[in-house]
Design a protein around this ligand. Structure first.
Ligand code: TYM
Length: 325
């Protein structure tokens, strides 16, 4: 099992419910690899000196949510040259047309409008395919927004295997039943996202309880005052039901039967999220207080990951028939 997260901005509730929670629950049954993908973040990084700190802080968050360094391999993408090396092979196995059809590229490029749109933003899925295929991943636990990226990875693997012989394992995306697409509390038509314009609709993992309470109280719902689970017609209410259901291990429709008004639903959702995040926040603070231990844990993950990545890269080179050094 493999999945990764970018060190851009703060980790939010969408990341946690859509992906990180599944990483933690999967770590005892699977051989799991989780990358902090700082090379992906380079596609939009323009300020010097911040990426390293964000990488360290994200590592602390991954351990704080419950990844156990004894069983889960947490590594930093740029520490392993194999990711960049494999990415080139992937770029030569994916077509311009396929990359042009990626909705995330189209969205991100459109959002950046007059801003600089790097070629890396366009070839991003090739680097992501490298991340996944280097670890022979069968399953990739992600939120809904990453499905297309996992599908293109599968297509790339199939094409490579067809050209050069069976080399890569074909991966599939795994998404949670509820929480795969957590929406912005202010704009429930849009997913909760680090690149959103304002913070009022985003619940960050490190938000103070009072801020979380306020964000839920002000959550946008609708005007018909009926609590029912309908993602199409009632996106705001459905989002609150999903969040409360995931935080209390229930289902959104079961939760819906317990409420007749929006007010109590909002405050219970806020309270459940505060309770869920409290232990994570305190573990995060502890971890950030011992940076040398954190660096040691990362080094251990890097070493374990590199052993696997180097073997897969060598296999790909051999399959292609690159002249050995
Ligand atoms: P990233 O860093 O944007 O997000 C990390 C994970 O959080 C999930 N997620 C959400 N889930 C539910 N609701 C939301 N509102 C929400 N927002 C984010 C994402 O689906 C993701 O699982 N391209 C990837 C990083 C990546 C990767 C990989 C992932 C690079 N290489 C290899 C898997 C495998 C990304 O930008 O995720």
């Amino acid at each position: 099992m493999l999945s990764c997260i970018q060190p851009t901005g703060e980790v939010h509730l969408g990341n946690y419910l859509g992906a990180l929670r599944n990483w933690v629950s999967g770590q005892h049954e699977n051989d799991v690899f989780h990358g902090i993908v700082d090379l992906h973040a380079l596609t939009v990084t323009e300020t010097p000196g911040v990426l390293g700190d964000q990488t360290l802080s994200l590592a602390a968050m991954l351990f704080a949510v419950g990844l156990d360094p004894d069983v889960a391999t947490v590594f930093v993408q740029s520490h392993l040259p194999q990711h960049s090396q494999m990415a080139w092979i992937m770029e030569c196995t994916v077509s311009y047309g396929e990359l042009s059809r990626m909705t995330q590229f189209k969205d991100k490029a459109a959002k950046r409008e007059a801003d600089f749109v790097s070629a890396g933003l366009f070839t991003y899925p090739a680097l992501q395919a490298a991340d996944i295929l280097l670890y022979d991943a069968n399953e990739v636990p992600v939120g809904d927004d990453q499905r297309q990226h996992i599908e293109i990875t599968r297509d790339i693997a199939i094409r490579f295997n067809h050209r050069f012989g069976d080399t890569f394992v074909l991966p599939k995306a795994v998404t949670p039943k509820a929480g795969a697409r957590v929406m912005d509390l202010q704009n429930p038509e849009n997913k909760m996202s680090k690149s959103a314009s304002g913070d009022a609709g985003i619940v960050y993992m490190l938000d103070e309880p009072a801020a979380i309470e306020r964000k839920f109280k002000r959550a946008v719902t609708d005007s018909d005052s009926v609590v029912a689970y309908d993602r199409e017609k009632k996106p705001g209410v459905a989002n609150l039901l999903e969040i409360l259901a995931t935080a209390t291990d229930s289902s959104p429709s079961a939760v819906a039967t317990k409420y007749s008004q929006y007010g109590p639903l909002k405050s219970d959702a806020g309270a459940a999220v505060i309770a869920m995040l409290a232990p994570i926040r305190s573990r995060y603070q502890e971890l950030m207080n011992d940076r040398s231990e954190l660096a040691r844990l990362i080094r251990r993950g890097d070493d374990r990951a590199e052993a696997v990545a180097a073997a897969t890269l060598a296999r790909a080179h051999a399959a292609i028939g690159v002249l050995p050094r």
